[in-house]
Design a protein around this ligand. Sequence first.
Ligand code: PLP
Length: 421
Amino acid sequence: MKLSAFGRKFTADSGITSLMDDLGHALASGDDMIMMGGGNPGQVPEMQDRLTAILADMTRDPEAMKRLVGIYDPPQGEKRFIASLVDLLNREYGWGLTADNIALTNGSQAAFFMLFNMFGGDFDDGSHRHILLPLAPEYIGYADAGIAPELFRAVEPEISFTGPHEFKYRVDFDAVEVTAETGAICVSRPTNPTGNVVTDEELERLEVLARSQDVPLIVDGAYGTPFPSLLYVEAQPRWNEQVILCLSLSKLGLPAARTGIVIAAPGIIKALSGINAIMNLATGSFGAMLAEPLVRSGEILSLSREVVCPFYHAKMERAVRAFTDAMGDDCRWYVHKPEGAMFLWFWFPDLPVSSLELYQRLKARGVLVVSGHYFFPGLPENDWRHRHECIRVTYSQDDEQVAEGMRRIADEVKTIWAELG
Ligand code: PLP
């Protein structure tokens, strides 16, 4: 098979494909594997009940059924959902949006692919612009999304200790450089993999930097504010024409409906609609139509804050407690301050094996996690040992399983120290 540069780029082994492959094989190899590797949301009963009721209403209404499955939406996305979202966000935050400020995509992952390649890569004047990730580690799903090579440039964080076994990454503004070669800045907030939440002040400073070169600040709110609000610290939503705010219905409990939401300046929305038309003809209506009543009534915000957030917050606390208890008086571990999302990011300084070997040893013990070394897209290879000392652990699934997984991780880490330390 002879492939173009595009064909080669997207069929070559990438971090995310080998990771997904490995997770898939591990899952197929035994039923009793404890799955703490992926980013699948948990099943929140109240959300499921509400969505089931909305769907049941639609199935009784022939007009709604026709719109649900029988017509193509415009490439910008389902109109009523967009109109309701414009009203809600203006009412809540006074952003002054119109329908020209919102486009839908088939999952927010697709939005990142479009945005990164719109603002990064090769330009007519011969220049090559990168996407700046100001706070590594960052979401692995960005890593291979560039059509042009070397699309990302990432910056090592500052590390501060926030408790006896807790640390937090912060943006190292002395090291962040926004130049004429920067096409856009991007942060996930909360961050996958760490559960970090870039503070309001950090976000404001990043926006000032973006403005200085007139490039967009892309904020990935897949777990964030205003919904699904998997946030355990205060964080204000922020939008103006310098910002591209990307949201998603996935972590509210609709990952299969593939609905991403982009809020941006009208020129960007128009461009995204054009790309949507070429790539997909239309975006899927399903997620937008299911969620529209929740947006119209504002329930999407109250359910996020009062149901979805507490659901994950309680899971996070139980997971941290299970690990802390299992480690006992062993002091050689840290967890990133769990401020949001559905992950714990553990750091084992000076562990005698790499995070990849730890991942393999844990897999052999029936626990799937993700080795942290995958989460540094755009950071040049260097001797920063830290990137091979961390693992990401998802706590969104069944509590008993998560607690057992935590005990096995603690036990394995202690075994490694006893054998090799
Ligand atoms: N951004 C982050 C940080 C994620 O973790 C994910 C998925 O896990 C996505 C974006 C993409 O989500 P979706 O395409 O389901 O909207």
